[in-house]
Design a protein around this ligand. Structure first.
Ligand SMILES: [Zn+2]
Length: 102
């Protein structure tokens, strides 16, 4: 079973464009152990690491949902991480897949 972390963010749903609080955006980066983060938080590095500490800038896929407005089950996001800080979350209509962390 894959471990992940959880991000809470107020963002527009990529499907219906309504702003919503997504409190269960799953992503895999840093020490992954279902740790809860918000925008502006700094990742933790411990033993169960995905990725590399201290990267200057990278983008990681996230998945949340359902949207409280349109009930879309899976809502996709792209999470921008700058020097281990969660800087920004952008909604995306397409599944960004697993290969954004390069
Ligand atoms: Zn929606």
């Amino acid at each position: 079973m894959g471990l992940f972390n959880i991000l809470t963010a107020n963002v527009a749903c990529p499907i219906c464009a309504e702003s919503a609080r997504f409190d269960n955006i799953q992503f895999r980066y840093g020490h992954t152990r279902q740790i809860r983060f918000g925008i502006g938080d700094t990742l933790i590095w411990n033993g169960n690491n995905v990725g590399q500490p201290g990267r200057s800038c990278l983008f990681v896929p996230g998945i949340g949902g359902p949207c409280p407005h349109c009930q879309t089950t899976y809502v996709y996001f792209i999470i921008k991480i700058v020097h281990d800080k969660i800087e920004e979350v952008t909604p995306t209509a397409d599944d960004p897949g697993d290969d954004l962390a390069n």
